[in-house]
Design a binder for this molecule. Structure first.
Ligand SMILES: COc1cc(-c2[o+]c3cc(O)cc([O-])c3cc2O[C@@H]2O[C@H](CO)[C@H](O)[C@H](O)[C@H]2O)cc(OC)c1O
Ligand code: UDP
Length: 481
């Protein structure tokens, strides 16, 4: 029997690409005879992201996991949407529709799985009679909000950024408008309009595969499935298959474990170190770094701080930190022995896996959050970009795994030294708020591990997804026979 070829269409940013490839690996695991997974690679629009994506594709192709790659012909990126990233990503993927259609025909697709910025590609699947699924790299909270967006667009006259009230998202406590992602701030912005479009289109897909765990976001997933986000219409099938992480790397590969910062952790007491790291795009200027340094010094706690410097012109990626430029004078000497500043990309997975780490000050990227919960490490949220303010709100007020920290969104997400000191003490110091977050994080660790075992919620969701693809394929065969 020919195998069922499932085509994946990731957004070319490496975060989304890696997550979708990892999901493809899950789909294949133990089913390599029955399924083929082919990633349709969209050429990234900048040389910097192109070399990142090329390196990742080469690594996966060489790893022998069985995921195949099919490079789509290069397209000129859309013009006139500078600064509107969500619009740019959506329009760039839309331009690839004819190439996706040609690839789907050539590769005899049994199903198409597309990034959430690529909902326009549903037309291709419908034209070919192939089932289509969205892959959602983020939370059920962002998914629920996006599904609610067409109705909110009608019901709320003011821009979220000027709104002082709260937004109703089924399964969450009332969401303060200041926690709504910045790209949804202005109703007339192309970014907002594209998210309204995507929210509407999600409802037409055969299913939504989401990188979350039922036990982390039960109320939100139930709210979506029960039709409370879009009353009057049946919701598409939901497949929470998370945490979709490279679990091999989470255990800590040999090279990560040999990094000096991980060796330094070996000498620290259990659960004594607070780790600070701000994702692939987070960086500090001297003013921000001074607040962090002062806050950490005054907290009295042990710390490992991944500190990055500003990107060079034309790049969004942080540079290695110049510690002489960024840190207050004498800071390293005064904190010697109890703290380490790591000025480059950190081996985050190995750090979070280390028993010496007892808390994580994070930008709340969803991958970082899942990595932390996989190891039962409680969080202090310092959101910066994308959907992270919503993630921070959810982690404190719904999931309960984080202590609150005041981040001034009006001042470029500034945190005062005294506020960081308070939050670190709370996270690490055994006060009630911190202890509750720690207990809840331990509960989530157990739930995540159970979810990916035989019979666990994510394993069952994955098998239900395979069944749906099998059934669709045999129905198509029956009708075309
Ligand atoms: C979730 O909504 C958005 C996410 C992103 C986004 O874009 C992005 C682009 C890159 O070239 C590199 C990245 O690392 C990156 C990260 C990113 O956001 C993170 O994506 C993760 C998924 O893998 C995860 O969801 C994290 O929580 C996100 O923080 C951009 C965007 O609009 C431009 C989004 O709306
Ligand atoms: O110094 C760093 C910064 C980030 N990461 C990894 O990069 C990913 C970041 O993804 P996330 O969704 O948290 O945020 P993004 O960077 O995409 O906003 C996670 O797997 C982190 O472990 C890392 O290993 N070292």
């Amino acid at each position: 029997m020919a195998s069922l070829n499932v085509l994946l269409l990731p957004e070319p940013g490496s975060g989304h690409l890696m997550s979708l490839i990892e999901a493809g690996k899950r789909l294949l695991a133990g089913h390599g005879q029955e399924f083929t997974v082919t990633v349709l690679v969209v050429r990234p629009p900048t040389p910097e992201s192109a070399s990142e994506v090329d390196a990742h594709v080469r690594r996966v192709a060489a790893s022998g996991v069985g995921v195949r790659f099919h490079h789509l012909p290069p397209m000129d990126p859309p013009t006139e949407c500078a600064g509107n990233l969500q619009e740019f990503k959506s329009r760039y993927l839309e331009l690839h529709k004819p190439h996706v259609e040609a690839a789907a025909r050539e590769l005899q697709a049994a199903a198409l799985v597309v990034d959430f910025f690529a909902t326009t590609v549903l037309d291709v699947a419908r034209a070919l009679g192939v089932p289509a699924y969205v892959y959602f790299t983020s939370t059920a909270a962002l998914l629920a909000l996006t599904l609610r967006l067409p109705a909110l667009d009608q019901a709320v006259d003011v821009d979220f950024e000027a709104f002082e009230g709260t937004v109703d998202v089924p399964g969450l406590p009332p969401v303060p408008a200041r926690s709504i992602p910045g790209f949804l701030g202005r109703k007339n912005s192309p970014n907002f309009r594209w998210f309204v479009y995507h929210g509407r289109r999600f409802m037409d897909f055969d299913g939504i595969i989401i990188n979350t765990v039922t036990e982390i976001e039960p109320g939100l997933l139930a709210g979506i499935a029960d039709g409370r986000c879009v009353p009057g219409r049946p919701a598409p099938a939901l497949y929470p298959i998370g945490p979709v992480l490279d679990l091999g790397a989470v255990k800590g590969d040999a090279s990560s474990n040999n990094e000096p910062c991980v060796r330094w952790l070996d000498a620290q007491p259990r659960a004594s170190v607070v780790f600070l790291c701000f994702g692939s795009l987070g960086w500090s200027d001297a003013a921000k770094a001074r607040e962090v340094a002062t806050g950490l010094e005054r907290s009295g706690h042990r710390f490992l701080w991944a500190l990055r410097g500003p990107p060079v012109a034309g790049s969004r990626h942080p540079t290695d930190a110049d510690l002489d430029e960024l840190l207050p004078e004498g800071f390293l000497e005064r904190t010697k022995g109890r703290g380490m500043v790591w000025p480059t990309w950190a081996p985050q997975k190995a750090v979070l896996a280390h028993p010496a780490v007892g808390g994580f000050v994070t930008h709340c990227g969803w991958n970082s959050t899942l990595e932390s919960l996989w190891h039962g490490v409680p969080l202090a949220p310092w959101p910066l970009y994308a959907e992270q303010h919503l993630n921070a709100f959810e982690l404190v007020s719904a999931v309960g795994v984080a202590v609150a920290m005041e981040v001034d969104r009006e001042r470029n997400n500034f945190v005062e030294a005294a506020e960081l000191e308070r939050a670190v003490r709370s996270l690490m110091g055994g006060c009630e708020e911190g202890s509750r977050a720690r207990e809840k994080a331990a509960e989530m660790k157990a739930a995540c591990r159970k979810a990916v075992e035989e019979g666990g919620s994510s394993r069952v969701a994955l098998e239900t997804l395979r069944d749906a693809i099998r059934e669709d394929a045999s129905a198509t065969k029956t009708t075309t026979a």
